[in-house]
Design a protein around this ligand. Structure first.
Ligand SMILES: *[C@@H]1O[C@H](CO)[C@@H](O)[C@H](O)[C@H]1NC(C)=O
Ligand SMILES: *[C@@H]1O[C@H](CO)[C@@H](O)[C@H](O)[C@H]1NC(C)=O
Ligand SMILES: *[C@@H]1O[C@H](CO)[C@@H](O)[C@H](O)[C@H]1NC(C)=O
Ligand SMILES: *[C@@H]1O[C@H](CO)[C@@H](O)[C@H](O)[C@H]1NC(C)=O
Ligand SMILES: *[C@@H]1O[C@H](CO)[C@@H](O)[C@H](O)[C@H]1NC(C)=O
Length: 405
């Protein structure tokens, strides 16, 4: 949960920078072609046409910017799944008003604004989908990488696509990547960022977006919406990696780990915390009032920075999530779902979602040989991530692989 809070602080600072960056990139890209790295965008767009649009008119960049029609990626074709129930996203309108009953109650009046807002809209479970990719899970997929992101953090997505989130086939096993987003929360930035995001999705076809506000307490909605989406569209995904957009991930180590764990049923592994206590001091920024959670301990849960689970379990998590009231902290909420299913998450030392070593000034935090033996490390911003990725994937000589896997 610390990861996410920090993220929101950095969010504002990054916003303007990434907006300008993408704008510049787009403008230059439209005027030139075939000139190196930034133009990767257009090349990829041509190399991987999303299967959906094949029979549709040519949506060139120019027509994109003029068009006010819905984007091709939002057009769904019905899919047949082996289970009963809706086969396309079945929420088409948002009509959810605040629960005004609460404001008449004494305990509610004493709460902080953010908890009030959360509680008043807690019963609004599902929202319409504004960018969808029903085709993403077609065929057999070994590993689906899903990454929580927000509209303004284009630079993080860009680096992830070039490093650990690259879609590829390794030893015949397919890896696919998706970013999970809500609506930009800043009014001023909303219109511009939405248009840029739609263009980014038009190029890469890897963004899922729902019509709820991208705020810290709405991260649980991102969780439940993904679970429902996966349940609906992904019958043949073996494993799911879910994480933040500011982490380092070793796909090779994920593969090694999964091969060793192929017999494990209900696999759920990450940086698991047992017996975490909700913080009860009001002045603490992670404070949780009793009205929201009245037990002493949280169920075991994995830090939301990055964890692995198997596909069949993800589907059962969706069913479990629908039986619970929403909880404002997304990773704790998932722990509650696991508890319903009586599945105990596995703690593994190669998942470092709360930092590599506690001492932030320690040189170990920049030691590539340590990264080489990890599965997830929080937190790395784009320039550090690309530098570390290059180091780890160079002819790095390490005296020995740390005995972690
Ligand atoms: C939303 O719900 C309210 C009450 O349930 C209803 O009166 C109203 O017509 C609905 N609006 C839309 C746009 O569906
Ligand atoms: C508010 O209270 C009324 C009466 O007790 C109840 O019928 C209604 O469902 C409540 N509204 C919500 C959103 O819980
Ligand atoms: C979550 O998103 C909904 C829909 O956009 C919004 O009404 C609500 O206020 C948001 N909740 C929080 C806690 O930000
Ligand atoms: C704790 O909360 C649950 C559900 O919110 C409620 O049913 C229960 O009575 C509460 N227990 C105490 C001791 O307040
Ligand atoms: C943290 O690491 C730095 C550099 O290695 C060291 O100088 C410092 O004493 C360490 N601090 C603690 C609290 O261990």
């Amino acid at each position: 949960m610390i990861n996410n809070r920090d993220r929101w602080r950095v969010y504002k600072r990054m916003s303007l920078m990434s907006l300008l960056a993408l704008l510049a990139l787009t403008v230059v890209q439209r005027g030139t072609s075939n000139m190196g790295a930034p133009f990767e965008l257009e090349r990829q767009a041509r190399m991987h046409p999303p299967t959906d649009y094949e029979d549709k008119p040519d949506y060139g960049a120019k027509s994109f910017w003029k068009s006010s029609k819905p984007l091709p990626s939002t057009i769904e074709s019905p899919r047949i799944t082996h289970e009963n129930g809706p086969t396309t996203w079945d929420i088409t309108s948002t009509n959810c008003s605040a629960n005004l009953n609460l404001s008449r109650q004494e305990w509610f009046k004493g709460l902080e604004v953010n908890f009030k807002q959360f509680l008043q809209y807690r019963h609004c479970r599902y929202f319409p989908i504004t960018l969808n990719h029903p085709e993403k899970c077609s065929g057999d997929i070994y590993l689906l990488m899903v990454i929580k992101s927000v509209a303004t953090q284009h630079d993080r997505r860009e680096v992830i696509r070039k490093t650990w989130g690259k879609e590829q086939v390794v030893d015949g096993k397919r890896i696919k990547t998706l970013f999970l987003l809500g609506k930009p929360s800043n009014e001023v930035e909303k219109a511009n960022h939405q248009k840029l995001l739609e263009y980014e999705d038009y190029i890469y076809g890897d963004i899922l977006q729902w019509d709820f506000l991208d705020s810290f307490f709405n991260l649980t909605l991102k969780e439940t919406h993904f679970l429902k989406w996966f349940h609906m569209y992904c019958p043949n995904v073996r494993y799911v990696f879910k994480g933040d957009d500011d982490v380092f991930v070793s796909v090779q180590n994920i593969f090694e780990y999964l091969e060793m764990s192929s017999q494990v049923k209900d696999l759920f592994v990450g940086d698991v915390i047992f017996k975490a206590k909700p913080i009860r001091k009001r002045e603490n920024k992670y404070y949780i009032p009793h009205a929201l959670y009245n037990k002493t301990y949280y169920p075991p849960y994995a830090g939301g920075g990055g964890f692995l689970m198997d596909g069949p379990l993800v589907k059962r998590l969706h069913v479990a999530a629908d039986t619970l009231e929403l909880y404002p902290i997304d990773d704790v909420f998932l722990g509650m779902c696991l508890e319903v299913l009586k599945v105990t998450p596995i703690k593994h030392n190669a998942f470092k979602t709360f930092g590599l070593v506690k001492n932030k000034s320690s040189k170990l935090n920049k030691e590539p040989c340590l990264f080489k033996s990890m599965i997830v490390v929080h937190k790395l911003l784009p320039t550090d991530l690309i530098r570390m990725w290059n180091l780890v994937n160079s002819n790095l000589v390490c005296s020995q692989k740390a005995q972690i896997l």
